[in-house]
Design a protein around this ligand. Structure first.
Ligand code: NIG
Ligand code: FE
Length: 398
């Protein structure tokens, strides 16, 4: 395949250890098929079979949305209205709404409808340059629908130019017909469904929701033991609404990431540091639920825990379909710097998914790039509701 030399670019490589943002002004990137072969100063660039001048624009790694629930049926606009009239997220969940109302809509939707609805959300993300999206199950809570959600997720990767990573989230909520018996559900539905999904090649990682309104650490541990026996990495929704020990549990299992963590304490962050787990921050849920306790960002900085940012796109706690707005919220709500926000949706988001071939601009990495009509990378976090994407390059395709 012919090689292409990209010129007329400033490059925020997001490589660690050098200039802020790994910035190269007046740089060049040599693309060889789906891979980057060379990255550096324009003046030193090797020749390519063809040259593409991008007119002085800024190039970043294509953003990665590393935590979404974007396959689901229906919507929960009425619950949004209820919350504004005073009901809490937990009250709505305990009354059979919340996640369980989306479960009913997802079971009723059917494959084609789930695909169509999800594609609308995927296309919005691709329009902001996103090249990799993680998608979770968790709105089926029976074997048939959990498998269907994961098949829908895999299908999306065949009909759009995007890399899809799937997480099995069978331990998301106790279905209504189990009368609150999380143990029964975990042992008789969740774990057998995980085995079936894995046998069908549908699972890249195993997730859970460890919370008072969801599952205990003991219940999640049973799911994680099975994940471990199948050779699958784990991650966890932990310490979102309260602290019940999910972060420590996830760290014991060497989790790729621990997500939400508003109520995590310094000892929890220290356990994540020891385990090498990434902290995935989800400002869309914090904003939507009007949470007031921010995640312990300074502890993560002090203890060297990598921070990622994701949309958490879901119909309840985070009906957010924009990675750019996620970055803005990460800065305004959690106090991240714009550089932390950009590394949170590139280098650290890749790490949260266990991906080593994407998230930074460097030789040997996949050529997933975003070209922006901006001068400085801080502009990506700074504007609210304005998309300056010029072009997305997916696997080297211009
Ligand atoms: O990440 N925390 C649990 N799960 C989702 C919310 C799902 C929902 O409300 O439908 C989350 O916030
Ligand atoms: Fe989530």
């Amino acid at each position: 395949m012919a090689s292409s030399l990209l010129t007329g670019i400033d490059i925020a490589t997001m490589a660690e250890g050098g200039a802020p943002y790994g910035m190269i002004r007046d740089g060049a990137i040599l693309l060889d098929g789906a891979t980057m072969r060379w990255v550096g100063d324009r003046a030193d660039a090797p020749a390519g079979d063809q040259v593409e001048d991008l007119g002085g624009r800024l190039v970043t790694p294509a953003p990665i949305d590393c935590h979404t629930h974007l396959v689901f049926g229906g919507d929960r606009a009425v619950e949004f209205e209820m919350r504004l009239k005073g009901a809490s997220y937990q009250e709505i969940a305990r009354a059979g709404g919340g996640i369980l109302s989306t479960v009913l809509a997802t079971r009723a939707a059917g494959f084609a409808r789930l695909v169509d609805d999800a594609l609308a959300r995927v296309d919005t993300l691709l329009g902001e340059g996103v090249a990799t999206i993680e998608i979770k199950s968790g709105y089926g809570l029976d074997q048939e629908t959990e498998l269907q959600m994961l098949r829908v997720a895999r299908h999306i990767g065949t009909v759009r130019p995007v890399h899809i990573i799937t997480s099995f989230l069978g331990a998301h909520s106790v279905p209504a017909d189990f009368n609150g018996s999380g143990d029964d559900y975990i042992d008789n539905v969740c774990i057998p469904t995980l085995r079936a999904a894995h046998a069908e090649g549908l699972v890249d990682a195993v997730d859970g929701f460890c919370e008072g309104i969801a599952f205990s650490t003991d219940q999640i541990a049973r799911v994680f033991e099975v994940a471990k026996s199948l050779g699958l990495p784990v991650k966890l929704h932990a310490e979102q609404l309260s602290n019940i020990g999910g972060t420590q549990l996830a760290a014991r299992f060497g989790a790729l990431s621990v997500d939400h963590i508003e109520y995590a304490n310094r000892a929890d962050i220290s356990a994540m540091a020891d385990a090498g787990s990434v902290g995935v921050l989800l400002p869309g849920a914090f904003y939507t639920l009007r949470e007031t306790q921010a995640p312990p960002v300074q502890d993560m900085r002090d203890l060297g825990v990598a921070m990622a940012l994701a949309s958490d796109c879901n119909p309840g706690s985070s009906p957010l379909g924009s990675i750019l707005l996620t970055m803005n919220m990460g800065c305004t709500l959690f106090g991240l710097t714009p550089e932390e926000a950009l590394s949170g949706v590139t280098r650290n988001a890749a790490r949260a998914l266990g991906l080593t071939d994407t998230g930074v601009i460097a030789p040997g990495k996949v050529a997933d790039l975003a070209v922006w009509n901006i001068n400085h990378p801080a502009e990506l976090s700074y504007r609210i509701g304005e998309n300056r994407l010029f072009k997305r390059i997916y696997k080297g395709s211009l």
